[in-house]
Design a protein around this ligand. Structure first.
Ligand code: ADP
Length: 334
């Protein structure tokens, strides 16, 4: 796994839990979502009834799980966590729903991947706080209606558009998480360093923030890697020099590109003269599957303004040429 992957490895969970904000007031940036949530949660608390169901959308590592935990903490209720792929049979979901206590929060990560029968069960639970559990098979099967305590569903998905219409309609609140800018990630890293007891300089932290692809998960991971390096090779302080040296070891460049990202850009510019070139040709040139190039590398290269997907193929932008220390030809980018 790349050190700039936005997805957490299972071993990373404990490290992430250490720095996870527990309350809304500790959650950095995302002002709009934070303010809207504050109103939603506090008015629900004042009324003494659960708030509307909540959907968080946004790329991996931007804070969806963290916000789900914060919702439960702010409401003072219990939290049950599961994910769309983990719910294989609707019976699994019925068991979870009927065991909820009043005021609990049920968090379903990757809710767009829930199986159809379970999704339909979820509709009635969300809307009427009841589920029909089917007992038996064939003509003798009967539906037994069971009550569900008033609860709040918090769903997370990478894109709200991945949800079916009826599913989306049942969420009263949709919070879209944006990528974080350098200032926000710097603030986030100072907070993490304080919690971890890692001494840092402002420049050291800014350097890490600039290479973190707008993503808190990556920022926190790079902080831990630079800390390790500083402890082993320097005096333990996360300085500008320590950050630069450590990230060179991990092959993360000053824009946050890893080795494969750079290989894709280099092939595009040097082998194919800046493109346009087809995805599969490009993938062969870097020795990767087309899906890996399209799903792992390209989203960030596009977001960073280095690569464009055109109808005729992939094209390197002038910024890509410059990033590789080359002068873009005038005709490469219309
Ligand atoms: P997601 O569920 O969207 O993949 P997580 O909620 O698991 O992301 O967040 C990944 C890591 O980044 C966690 O360690 C979390 O504490 C941290 N993090 C995310 N957003 C913020 C934020 N706004 N402020 C502070 N830490 C954050």
């Amino acid at each position: 796994e790349s050190v700039v992957s936005a997805v957490a490895s299972p071993e990373e969970r404990d490290a992430e839990a250490t720095v996870r904000p527990k309350r809304l007031s500790e959650f950095i940036a995302q002002e709009r979502v934070r303010e809207q949530l504050e109103v939603l949660l506090h008015s629900a608390l004042r009324r003494g009834s659960p708030p509307d169901h909540i959907l968080f959308s946004g790329s991996p590592g931007l804070g969806k799980t963290t916000l789900a935990m914060i919702v439960a903490a702010e409401l003072g209720g219990g939290l049950r966590m599961t994910s769309g792929p983990a719910i294989e049979r609707s019976g699994d979901l019925a068991a979870i729903l009927t065991s909820l206590a009043a005021g609990d929060v049920l968090f379903i990560d990757e809710i767009h991947r829930i199986a159809k029968p379970a999704e339909e069960l979820l509709y009635s639970a969300m809307e009427d706080f009841r589920v029909d559990v089917i007992v038996g098979k064939g003509p003798g099967a009967t539906a037994i209606p069971l009550d569900v305590e008033p609860f709040t569903l918090v769903g997370a998905t990478t894109r709200a558009g991945l949800l079916t219409g009826p599913m989306r309609d049942r969420f009263g609140f949709v919070g879209h998480l944006e990528f974080y800018n350098g200032t926000e990630l710097t603030a986030l890293l100072h907070r993490s360093a304080r919690i971890l007891g890692v001494p840092v300089t402002g420049e050291g932290v800014e350097e890490i923030a600039g290479r973190s692809r707008g993503t808190p998960r990556i920022a926190n991971r790079l902080l831990r890697r630079v800390r390790d390096y500083a402890e082993l090779r320097a005096d333990g302080v996360v300085t500008l020099d320590a950050a630069r040296a450590a990230l060179r070891v991990y092959d993360v460049d000053d824009l946050g590109l890893d080795r494969l990202d750079k290989a894709v850009l280099a092939a595009l510019v040097e082998t194919f003269g800046g493109g346009p070139v087809g995805l599969s040709t490009l993938a062969v040139a870097v020795g990767e599957q087309p899906e890996t190039v399209a799903e792992v590398c390209e989203p960030f290269l596009v977001r960073a303004g280095l690569l464009a997907r055109t109808p005729r193929g992939r094209v390197a932008t002038p910024a890509a040429w410059q990033h590789l220390g080359r002068t873009p030809p005038n005709s490469a980018f219309p």
